[in-house]
Design a protein around this ligand. Sequence first.
Ligand code: AR6
Length: 179
Amino acid sequence: MRVKFGECLIELVRGDITAQQVDAIVNAANSQLAGGGGVDGAIHRAAGPSVMEETDRRYPDGCPTGSAVASGAGELPAKFIFHAVGPVWRGGTGGEPDQLKGAYRRCLDLAVEHHCESVAFPAISTGVYGYPMDLAAEHSLTSVRDYLQDHEQPSLVRFVLFGEGAFGAYSRVLEGMTE
Ligand code: AR6
């Protein structure tokens, strides 16, 4: 599914984020940038050890929740990896929506700074971090749409969704944005 906002496109696909042919892929990292399971594990396995070496060297203090940092992409087809730290879901009253939106916005700023025309995101925080899928779809798509309407770049933002549930939730929200 694809929807245009001005000159920019938001696209939803099902699949594995490590296989994406885009300028930058986004990792769902933790604030220590210590690696882990889920998307993080898959990205580091596919990219090889140079990525962790680089993040250890450049970001010894990690990355705060709601933000992101950039590295090279090792053996992946992308040019960059943006390591985004989404919030752990604690019921929604601890600022989780603002933190999730902030993580997406910071990645889009990094994309612009690094001259990336295309960026692929996973559904940050919806795995181990427990963010409810419907709310994550609404908050992340709203954040990206607002950014594209304000900045008119990057040209392509692709959400790479792992399961049927994630794809359905994001599709419903994106469809609602076209009405
Ligand atoms: N491609 C696309 N999506 C994926 C992939 C993949 N290869 N693998 C899983 N997903 P998660 P979080 C989906 O847990 O909730 C790590 O240990 C998955 O189904 O990867 O932000 C980190 O080190 C889910 O919908 O990230 C952190 O400690 C979504 O990606 C912590 O998990 C995100 O799930 C971050 O947790």
